[in-house]
Design a protein around this ligand. Structure first.
Ligand code: FPP
Length: 243
């Protein structure tokens, strides 16, 4: 083991890590580059972090790639983000057999470009068989929007007589969320020094440990991920009961 490195074998590895990848714009600004250059570097970091997470034994990684609010950004920036996502998805389709990563997309797909929706559907279908790690991309995602869509679906089934209101409990409600079947995150990481949830996985983060770092997303790497896990290991997890 190299000096100063962490012996990850003795770490309790979180099963599910959720990330708010923040700071791409500031990273670019510091280098006098356009904001889109920060997103490009950020996308390359995502690819590396999936591999690092899988190597560490993390089974679910969920990233906030585009929020329902992000449409308000300049058109050029939105287009770049959609192109980056499109390229990423194409790359995943080509490499799916080699990478063995299951890909899921959460969020409202109805407002996305048709070519993106087609790629997402193809990728979700072909990668369903893989379980090295499940990588979930939150795309046109907002937690309140997810819950409202869930409630609408549920209300329709009640109207149709398929579901009875007395049968609704937390477990039942989760079946209508985009994250259906996924365990809740154990650890949430937000980069760039911001300490907000920004409408991300509000239901799913109810018992999650939070880790905030000043590192900007394009500078994030395996060492930073391990730092977050070490901090997570130092906390005692409680679910309202006695330790
Ligand atoms: C926040 O930084 C970042 C985003 C809104 C986009 C995140 C997207 C990527 C990293 C690339 C695509 C993702 C995949 C899955 C390939 P910011 O622009 O708000 O930065 P700032 O706060 O410094 O302005």
């Amino acid at each position: 083991m190299a000096k100063n490195s962490v012996d990850t074998e003795n770490l309790n590895i979180p099963n599910h890590v959720a990330i708010i990848m923040d700071g791409n714009g500031r990273w670019a600004k510091k280098r006098l580059l356009p904001r889109t250059a920060g997103h490009k570097k950020g996308a390359a970091v995502v690819e590396q972090i999936i591999e690092d997470a899988a190597d560490l034994g993390i089974k679910y990684l969920t990233v906030y790639a585009f929020s329902t609010e992000n449409w308000k950004r300049p058109k050029e920036e939105v287009d770049t983000l959609m192109d980056l996502l499109g390229n990423y998805l194409t790359n995943c389709i080509e490499k799916s057999e080699k990478n063995r990563v299951r890909i899921r997309v959460i969020g409202d797909k109805s407002a996305l470009r048709k070519d993106l929706v087609d790629k997402i559907e193809e990728l979700e279908r072909i990668s369903e068989q893989y379980d090295r790690i499940t990588f979930t991309i939150a795309l046109n995602y907002g937690s309140r929007d997810e819950m409202v869509r869930a409630m609408k679906k549920m209300a329709k089934e009640i109207e149709n007589g398929d579901v009875k209101s007395e049968d609704i409990d937390e477990k039942k409600f989760e079946e209508y969320l985009d994250t259906k079947g996924m365990p809740d995150p154990d650890l949430l990481i937000r980069t760039s020094g911001e300490e907000r949830l920004s409408n991300y996985l509000l239901w799913q983060l109810a018992y999650t440990e939070f880790y905030f770092t000043d590192v900007l997303w394009p500078d994030f790497n395996k060492e930073e991920l391990i730092n977050a896990i070490v901090k997570y290991n130092g906390r005692e997890r409680r679910y309202g009961g006695i330790k």
